[in-house]
Write a protein that binds this ligand. Sequence first.
Ligand code: URP
Ligand code: ZN
Ligand code: ZN
Length: 455
Amino acid sequence: MVIIQGGTLVCPDGLRRGDVALEADKVVRIASSIEPAEGDEVYDARGCWVFPGFIDAHTHMQCWTGIDWTADSFETGTRAAACGGTTTIVDYATADRGVTLPDALDEWHKRADGTCTANYAFHMALSEWNERNRADLAIMRERGVCSFKSYFAYDHLRLDDAETLELLESLKPLGGTLCVHCENGTLVNALQKRVYESGIHGPEGHPLSRPDVCEAEAVSRLLYLAHLAGDARVNVVHLSTKLGLEAIRAAKARGQKNIFVETCPQYLLLDDTCFLRDGQDGLEGLEFVMSPPPRKPADRVALREALVNGEIDTIATDHCSFNIHGQKDRGRDDFRKVPNGGAGVEHRPALIATTFADELGPTDLCRLMSENPAKVFGMWPAKGRLAEGADADICVWDPSVSWTISAATQHQNVDHTPYEGFKAKGRARLTFVNGVLAARDGEPTGAQPGRYVSR
Ligand code: URP
Ligand code: ZN
Ligand code: ZN
């Protein structure tokens, strides 16, 4: 058995001091004190918070994005995740046009199976709507996929409104959730052209071409479509704007149910001044080219308030990493050619725990990064819950450690981090995945206990 002693346990019914015993891949006992037997592995958690392992429900590992491959494979990405305390990712398997959903799922398994340090589940992203895909949704459900994705932006991926409506209607009887990238792609295309032709070619053109109304319009449209589909279950991914938040509030005020909201550290910590940073090599700003872009300070304030007052359900990362050198720098003279995406799977718990140290306690961190992702995405009660019988995915978090985030010491497979120099307070001391110690003090142990999570 593994025995974790003397921590503050973050349980569904509140905090308590005690010990946790793991056997094989389950939590088998929680008690105020557990006497170890000979041969037990004992870990000291005094002064630490013991969380059900964190879940990052929005990643893009080892993925072709239309411009380039993401830099993190499942192997490097889940290793980095575990170093930061994340024990499960839900990655976006994507069926490109002409590829069936079962074939896409097979391909994602081929990429991930046998290589992962953290557990992994898959959402299925659809890039076209046809009878074959409609029929295959049920097959996806049988194969453990209960959440899907569609896009309102990106020409090679997006569905139109009627297709989105049919997808929502088709998912309803299956109990599926549709995650949607909410940006008005037609408007973004036109504004990109307009901004570029106005002479703005650098990364500062990126936020100008994707203003907040592009998000708010698409959020609003999605919520009306979901309503039309009978209050279908939707998850607004990477919410980044005050206007988008207001669209969500309006739908909820109309009485609409089944709306879930995700945001990411980049929209809680960064703002659009990052695109104007000065530096030496002329590449500054490229690393922040992600969609949606970091927004105005007022958006960040609104999202922070919404997070603290419980209007946001989950914090994920949208981890979609590209190197600056050799990938993002191909768009240094044309912001439209920069691969979109940022890195974050390793640092989310530390960024959020540090930034919200005065507002969010361990129970809130657990709700936003473990419990709610497990509930929204069909993994509760096995995951996201520190309780006897739950999966032995555990993060022992030491809130007293001060450290600095840096590309030089990270495990994400990229040459930068958007949070370089961030002074973090708190770090994962021990990360257990399926009962196996996968990372210690932010470093991997080399174990690869991650498994597919069928939901
Ligand atoms: O820029 C981003 N976020 N790239 C990943 C794909 C997406 O939009 O989620
Ligand atoms: Zn997106
Ligand atoms: Zn994404």
